[in-house]
Ligand binder design. Structure first.
Ligand code: AMP
Ligand code: MG
Length: 973
């Protein structure tokens, strides 16, 4: 005996009776309605109400929203939004008298069975509850037909019902239709606007009818049912109350702060992409039923998390939304109900649903932990769940906050009745769920007949979502949910949830063929020089600037070979050989190719140093690269604090034939260079986020294969004229210099001032008959302008190829160029090509020829990888991302730098082991660039993940500027 009952039994009979009375009063008080009939209707409206009403109250915001979307459905649409048709195949004799009596009891007991809407006649839309209403049940007798014909008639009827909207002004708004199939079976179809009833209400009402019908048909008395103490009016009251609550408003306002609204990823419609978007007669609602072991696993996970099954499924849904959007901070619509749960709250019928913005940071813990956080998130919004979505959206200026919605249906009370034997439900067929207005709705349900199974139905209500996308989504749900059920303690981001086919597709762009490189850069040059020594190799057009006039100069292949060999000899004498770095501090001049070739011939590796750099940066480059020798000219070395650099540094002055030798110790002399293709050819520095630039080490093999692997696209030859437009400290110059010298072509060194003047540069291009132009899009835009402004008589351009790189290309900016020169495909004219690339991957990674047709596209297409490179788009765990989802671009293959000079930690961070690599030791470079792959395989550049920016093609990590700024005493932050 409990303590309480012990105490009660110890009381005198009078005291006990009094106590009983008090307890009854308390129970009654708990059941008391929150509002009085008609109390929510204004005086004026009340005066206009018809006399035969039991009650009247306004519609809720959610009801109005549903009616609005229903009205918005296109006329004659086969599936109007929020118009529900449910059809059940029942195993029971049909007794029309008993059935009508059972329905009449339900109509008498539940106000919603007597409710109609009036949307116009009152100061606000009202629901009118009549004292009586008659629900007539039409019966079609199909018993004479064969089963197939009977089914066809039913299907036809259901289809018609789908189209036929209910007249909202006549109660009841819920319609039943019976089709007698055989002596022992019949079909019951019900049609209703969703605004009058939610799934729970509909199923509970049916269960009540079946139970009463079962008794009546057996000639028994139906079960006694208590009249209801609360009504739907009380729910309307609560909605009004929460709408007036500043606390609720503040809660939602703070929840919306910094919330990034959900936008589903939509595949762009490609020409000829028909079947992805159009599927005649296709089911808009693919579904999947999970094996029973999955439900057992999910229930175990729910128990472990101390959460309901719904939270497990919601966590799965959020995870899938994360996979399919590339977001880790997910927002979705959570369908909840605001039913009054005290007293007989769950007996009351009506529409109690609301869809709330639900935000979940997926993080990286276990499934268990994710479910716990999901449940905590649900608990947090619970007290405010009756705040209608429309009002929440108004707090953000009416903005749509999410495009996907989650709901979980489990009509547990109904199951009991359905299985109690009065009526046996065979199937719950045809159109079992309503169409919502959300572009994508995921509805999980326990099968009302076979409780053991969990079913997911995906509903696509947006023609912009491709059918294939929804099919793929279904696969993510399946793999995610199976993983949750099988390994609840596994980290939810260790697996890739894409299908094998998707992974296959993602990796198909990344099966690099390994080139065999047996040559060194300068060897190939020397072969060209030997073949045509008198061909012009380099031109310095000089300058006609009054301040700094300079004569034009040029070098033949023979002369360049000779001068560079001479320098190589001097370098070798200073100990230069494989992996010995030589700084080159040189102005734009013929000295650059001489010095580069000289260093390579000596077996060394060149470190370009642009004299325009500040002295401190030059000093850093020399020190960081550990250069043993500096090659320079004129008085450039004056800008260096040579005394600080110490005596270790040997200096060769190209214009003076003099050199400074370190007096201290004599370096070992070398005769043969001994370099192999795997030795470093150059170190180019790029901006670094930690405040210091970092040196990227590239081998001969990487540089040579760049040309071999792109040769079939360009077919460069000795007739080509290239410009050295870019600073030789910028890796675009590698392409420019070797593009000329490896093919026996001609390199025109662009004087600095000319490179800064589009008009002068255009003039140079014409005069020197340049055929290959490499530009950042921003420089090319200026050139297009200069081209537009050039004289009528100006010499024409001789361009054959224009290669873009270094920064994102806005295709539309090419329109004036195409208008003038065509795209090389339709009429002769230069071919334009976009090449995405990175210093760490040897200049270029991708190739994308551009044509006039591309002007229509808004993205920045970068095409596919050079055949000996791998290209992958991945999430932060390095799993491939789905089509059209932004991912980080990873590059593998033969072009990868050896790493960052003297920075093993940074190298390990950016050059990661390739988990898919077919070769041992294969690496992938994490570019920090965001891109997406379109359904046709095209790759579109999207921007940066980090704070790196490009200014006229110059790569700048803002962290470096920040680090420099905070060293200033005046700058705190
Ligand atoms: P850099 O190492 O100086 O060549 O800079 C490499 C970066 O430039 C890449 O990580 C991209 O952010 C950007 N980039 C290079 N080429 C392209 C391109 N064709 N389109 C868009 N961005 C590009
Ligand atoms: Mg580049």
């Amino acid at each position: 005996m409990s303590e309480l009952s012990q105490r009660i039994s110890a009381l005198s009979p009078e005291r006990r009776q009094l106590l009983e009375q008090l307890r009854a009063k308390k129970r009654a008080a708990e059941k008391a309605p929150l509002s009085e009939p008609f109390s929510l209707v204004s005086e004026e409206d009340r005066a206009k109400l018809p006399p035969d009403l039991a009650d009247a109250y306004p519609l809720t915001a959610v009801q109005l929203g549903m009616l609005y979307h229903m009205e918005l459905s296109p006329d004659g649409s086969s599936t109007p939004t929020y118009h529900n048709v449910n059809s059940f195949h029942l195993k029971s004799r049909f007794d029309s008298g008993a059935f009508e009596a059972a329905v009449a009891r339900v109509v008498a007991r539940h106000p919603i069975m007597r409710t109609a809407f009036d949307l116009t006649r009152y100061s606000e839309p009202l629901q009118l509850v009549y004292r009586t209403a008659y629900l007539s049940i039409e019966v079609d007798d199909l018993r004479g037909l064969d089963a197939e014909e009977g089914q066809r008639r039913i299907d036809e009827f259901v289809l018609e019902e789908n189209r036929r909207l209910v007249d909202l002004s006549v109660p009841p708004l819920i319609h039943y239709r019976v089709h007698r199939r055989t002596e022992d079976t019949f079909q019951l179809t019900l049609t209703e606007p969703h605004a009058i009833s939610d799934g729970w209400s509909t199923m509970s009402t049916l269960a009540e009818i079946f139970e009463d019908y079962g008794a009546l048909a057996r000639g028994e008395a139906p079960p006694e049912r208590q009249p209801l103490a609360t009504t739907y009016r009380d729910f309307v009251f609560l909605e009004r109350q929460i709408l007036a609550s500043p606390q609720a408003r503040d809660f939602w306002r703070s929840k919306l702060d910094e919330l990034e609204p959900e936008r589903l990823v939509r595949w762009p419609r490609m020409p000829g992409a028909g079947p992805q978007f159009e599927r005649p007669g296709a089911d808009h609602k693919p579904s999947i039923t999970f094996d029973p072991w999955v439900l057992l696993g999910l229930e175990r996970l729910a128990r472990q998390a101390g959460a309901p099954l719904k939270s497990v499924l919601l966590a799965a849904h959020c995870k899938v939304m994360g996979i399919s959007s590339g977001r880790t901070d997910v927002v979705t619509g959570l369908t909840t109900h605001g039913r009054l749960t005290e007293a007989d709250g769950e007996q009351v019928r009506g529409l109690f649903l609301n869809t709330l913005p639900f935000r979940l940071d997926l993080g990286s813990g276990s499934w268990l932990e994710l479910v716990e956080r999901t449940f905590a998130g649900e608990l947090e919004v619970m007290p405010y769940r009756r705040y209608p979505l429309a009002a929440i959206q108004r707090l953000r200026g009416g903005q749509v906050l999410f495009e996907s919605a989650f709901s979980y249906l489990h009509f547990h009370t109904v199951h009991n009745v359905m299985r109690s034997g009065s009526v046996d439900v065979f199937g719950h067929g045809n159109s079992d769920l309503s169409v919502t207005h959300f572009p994508l709705a995921a509805t999980f349900s326990r099968d009302p007949v076979k409780e053991v199974a969990i079913t997911l139905v995906l509903e696509k209500n947006d023609p912009g979502l491709a059918f294939e996308q929804v099919d793929l989504l279904m696969g993510y749900y399946r793999r995610v949910i199976e993983s949750m059920a099988a390994e609840p303690l596994a980290h939810h981001d260790v697996h890739c949830y894409l299908s094998d086919a998707e992974i296959e597709q993602a990796l198909s762009v990344s099966r690099p063929i390994r080139p065999r490189v047996a040559e060194l850069l300068h060897e190939r040059f020397t072969a060209r020089a030997a073949a045509k020594p008198r061909a012009i190799a380099v031109v310095d057009p000089g300058s006609t600037e009054p301040e700094s006039p300079a004569p034009a100069t040029r070098l033949t292949y023979g002369r360049l070979d000779e001068l560079s060999s001479r320098l190589a000899g001097r370098l070798r004498a200073l100990g230069v050989g494989p992996e010995v770095r030589v700084g080159l501090l040189l102005p734009r001049s013929l000295d650059i190719p001489i010095a580069i070739l000289g260093v390579l011939k000596a077996g060394g590796c060149y470190v370009p140093m642009d004299p325009a750099y500040p002295p401190a940066r030059l000093e850093f480059l020399l020190a960081d690269s550990g250069a043993k020798v500096l090659v320079t000219s004129g008085d450039l070395e004056a800008s260096l604090p040579l005394d600080r650099l110490g005596n270790e540094l040997a200096i060769i002055r190209l214009d003076q034939g003099r050199e400074r030798r370190p007096p201290a110790k004599k370096l070992e002399q070398r005769r043969e260079s001994g370099a192999t293709p795997d030795n470093a050819a150059y170190v180019i520095y790029t901006s670094g986020s930690t405040g210091q630039p970092k040196g990227v080490v590239i081998t001969h093999a990487s540089a040579i294969r760049l040309f071999d692997s792109t040769d079939r696209w360009f077919g460069f030859d000795s007739k080509d004229v290239w410009t050295l437009f870019h600073s030789f400290a910028f890796d675009f110059s590698v392409w420019e210099i070797w593009g000329a010298l490896l093919y026996g072509g001609r390199l025109v060194v662009v004087p600095y001032l000319t490179s800064r003047s589009p008009a002068a540069f255009r003039e140079l291009l014409a005069r020197e008959k340049v055929t290959v132009l490499n530009q950042t899009p921003s420089a090319f835009r200026q050139l297009i302008r200069a081209e537009g402004e050039a004289d009528e008589e100006a010499a024409p351009l001789a361009l054959r190829s224009v290669v873009f790189g270094g920064e994102a290309l806005e295709l539309q900016t090419l329109a004036p160029w195409f208008a003038r020169y065509g795209d090389g495909a339709t009429r002769p004219g230069p071919r334009l090509v976009n090449m995405y690339g990175i210093t760490e991957t040897t200049v270029h990674v991708t190739y994308r020829p551009l044509g006039q047709a591309d002007l229509a596209s808004t993205g920045s297409a970068i095409g596919g990888p050079i055949p000996d490179l791998a290209l992958l788009l991945v999430d932060p765990q390095l799993h491939p991302v789905p089509v059209a989802v932004p991912g980080e671009l990873l590059v593998g293959g033969a072009g990868l730098a050896r790493g960052y000079l003297g920075r093993p930690a940074l190298t390990a961070e950016r050059f990661v082991p390739d988990p898919f690599g077919s070769e041992p030791g294969a690496r992938l470079y994490r570019s920090g660039d965001l891109a997406r792959r379109l359904p046709d395989g095209e790759i579109e550049y999207l921007g940066r993940i980090d704070h790196q920016v490009k200014i006229r093609g110059f790569r700048i990590e803002l962290g470096e500027n920040e680090a420099a700024l905070v060293t200033q005493p005046q700058v705190a932050e």
